[in-house]
Design a protein around this ligand. Structure first.
Ligand code: CP
Ligand code: NVA
Length: 298
């Protein structure tokens, strides 16, 4: 079976049943119980922003499936020298079997999908990071299970927005605490509500974590927001995931990484046995292999 969608630009491009199947398949791949392959297939990977996990997990995943992944940095290809994205998309679609894009503007991911005649996968935009959500849902299934309550504490950013929708699709209870000026787009809660989740965001991190099995955070200053650093550091005072915030809970801790220790999370928490972050990072590869097989494979 393959996915009904041609492209994967955000988590709700798939149905809840498809999402469940993707997580099942990711777990089977991780356990060595799925022999799917993408022999001779090539993934083109456009990176407008830096990456460790996304680049290495997609590239290694394609190698493990018998295919090949090609790193395309903006300075290396004509895209960074004036060639329009839609032309790049049309041309890449004539060579490769799938395009993964890590881009600033989410509309550019939509342009890639509209003009490339092959499946397009969002490897992070300013709005969404659905591949991270796949890995997160696998991590939650492996640990607390899907009757978990997860508290998102920090910036209402790309990772959080895809996670809230994906968690709603998986039946996970969600609490969201962000500073008032850095909340998620209201459409995120409408999308989550479409899957039965009633998320009421708060500006109180302690209230959000009180009943949480997992506390999830991400950087306060996302890639491209470096100019907002001073004002954001000020606004996020009190939102750090630290021993004090977690003191009355047994919550485990998730972070998509890279972590900025001393800002959104402390060194103590990162080095504690609460963190699931290394499993999250590993699960990127298993989840993306499942995604690529279902987008491109048998
Ligand atoms: N979590 C994540 O996407 O990490 P990278 O920026 O290293 O790819
Ligand atoms: N919110 C972060 C995620 C990095 C994987 C960013 O966009 O920089």
């Amino acid at each position: 079976m393959t996915l009904a969608t041609d492209d994967f630009l955000d988590i709700d491009d798939v149905t809840p049943a498809e999402l469940d199947r993707l997580i099942d398949r990711a777990a089977a791949l991780k356990a060595g119980e799925d022999g799917g392959s993408l022999d001779d297939m090539t993934l083109g990977m456009i990176f407008e922003k830096p990456s460790t996990r996304t680049r290495v997990s997609f590239e290694t995943g394609m190698t493990q499936l018998g295919g090949h992944a090609m790193f395309l940095g903006p300075e290396d290809i004509q895209l960074g020298h004036g060639e329009p994205l839609r032309d790049t998309a049309r041309v890449l679609g004539r060579y490769v079997d799938c395009v993964m894009g890590r881009l600033f503007d989410h509309a550019d991911a939509e342009t890639l999908a509209a003009y490339a005649d092959v499946p397009v996968v969002n490897g992070l935009t300013d709005e969404a990071h659905p591949c991270q959500t796949l890995a997160d849902l696998l991590t939650i299934r492996e640990t607390v299970g899907e009757d978990a309550t997860v508290a998102w504490v920090g910036d209402g950013n790309n990772v959080g927005q895809s996670f809230v929708v994906g968690a709603a699709m998986a039946g996970i209870d969600i609490e969201v605490a962000t500073p008032a000026d850095y909340g998620m787009d209201p459409s995120v809660f409408e999308r989550a509500a479409a899957f039965g989740a009633d998320v009421e965001p708060t500006t109180d991190p302690e209230a959000a974590v009180a009943d949480a099995d997992i506390v999830y955070t991400d950087v306060w200053i996302s890639m491209g927001q470096e100019g907002l650093r001073a004002e954001k550091l000020d606004a996020f005072d009190g939102f750090q995931v630290n021993d004090e915030l977690l003191a009355d809970t047994d919550a485990q801790v998730m972070h998509c990484l890279p972590a900025h220790r001393g800002e959104e999370i402390t060194d103590e928490v990162m080095e504690s046995d609460r963190v699931l972050v290394w499993d999250q990072a590993e699960n990127r590869m298993h989840a993306q292999k499942a995604l690529l097989l279902e987008l491109l494979g048998e």
